[in-house]
Design a protein around this ligand. Structure first.
Ligand code: NAP
Length: 285
């Protein structure tokens, strides 16, 4: 991949996180920019953990068109925005900030779109309306997933979390057909589901597997993991050993990036470049 030429008109966007070095977003967005011949660039920003507000407020006015936001700044990003989309409000977290020329900051959350698109692509025919869906975790990713699944017509979402109180808080905040369950009761929560989605950070490289009895889910249930390092997490490996259809977090990462790209550069990403293959190479797959 050759680096795009920088001109006086180059549109700048990026990703902010702490740490940010591991992010695959620069690889994905810059590959799309190059393939589309867009005069733009996408760079990583790593302010100190207590310096996010100063950093983001300093960008008001639009010299930088926008930012994707990753851990630990997603809640802070939501808090400093002047306008907030329904998706970001429901997730209580923003993964996208756009800096308008008049100084306002607009927050959105594209993780829900990414989740649904990944399910459509890697589990063709899956219909979120076909049964209850178990979501493991009660952080921003789980809350955003639950909101997106309910909006897509899931008849019930079961939030399963190690700390029950956090799952109950998510259920209370979102309302609708959503129930909270402790991780120790996961077997009951998995009964009759259409899908099980891991939205915890368990399974990340070097961390242990999630103690979740996937065998209690129906054989036709789709199993998804938002974690993508490693690409096949111990959780997904267990699902595959049980013969379940699986969906990986890398597909979600790529699909949540697409609407961000459009927000920054004014058009959808090009289809000619295989960013999944590039990302898999970067992950050592
Ligand atoms: P978060 O707010 O830190 O929440 C972490 C959740 O994981 C909590 O519910 C926590 O449970 C649970 N957890 C952590 N370790 C656990 C363990 N060993 N056993 C059981 N539960 C455990 O994080 P987040 O922002 O929601 O993100 C969650 C994960 O999704 C991260 O790995 C993130 O990278 C990933 N993600 C991926 C994408 C993508 O595009 N693929 C997008 C968004 C997020 P407690 O409440 O009990 O502490």
């Amino acid at each position: 991949m050759t680096r795009p030429a920088i001109t006086g008109a180059t549109v700048v966007a990026g990703v902010v996180g702490a740490p940010v070095r591991h992010s695959l977003s620069p690889l994905i967005h810059n590959a799309w920019l190059e393939a589309a011949g867009i005069d733009g660039i996408y760079v990583p920003f790593g302010p100190p953990a207590d310096g996010f507000e100063a950093f983001a407020n300093g960008l008001r006015g639009g010299a930088v068109r926008g930012l994707n936001v990753t851990l630990p700044f997603k809640e802070a990003a939501l808090a400093l925005a002047d306008k907030v989309s329904a998706q970001a409000r429901a997730a209580n977290a923003a993964n996208l900030l756009v800096f308008e020329a008049d100084g306002t900051v607009v927050a959105d959350n594209t993780d829900g779109l990414g989740l649904l698109a990944a399910l459509t692509i890697q589990a063709p025919g899956f219909d979120p309306r076909s049964g209850p869906i178990a979501v493991l975790g009660a952080g921003g990713a789980a809350r955003g997933a639950a909101a997106a699944l309910l909006a897509a017509g899931a008849p019930q979402v079961r939030i399963v979390n190690r700390t029950l109180a956090k799952a109950e808080a998510v259920a209370a905040a979102l309302g609708g057909s959503i129930v909270a369950c402790p991780l120790t009761g996961a077997a009951r929560a998995f009964a009759g589901v259409a899908a099980v989605i891991n939205a915890t950070s368990a399974g990340l490289s070097g961390q242990g597997d999630l103690d979740a009895p996937l065998e209690a889910s129906p054989s036709q249930a789709v199993v998804m993991d938002m974690v993508y390092k490693p690409l096949v997490t111990p959780f997904l490996a267990r699902a595959q050993a049980l013969g379940r259809r699986t969906v990986d977090g890398l597909e979600m990462l790529i699909r949540q990036a697409a609407p961000s790209f459009e927000a920054f550069y004014g058009r959808p990403p090009p289809s000619e470049v295989d960013v999944r293959a590039l990302a898999m190479k970067a992950l050592g797959q």
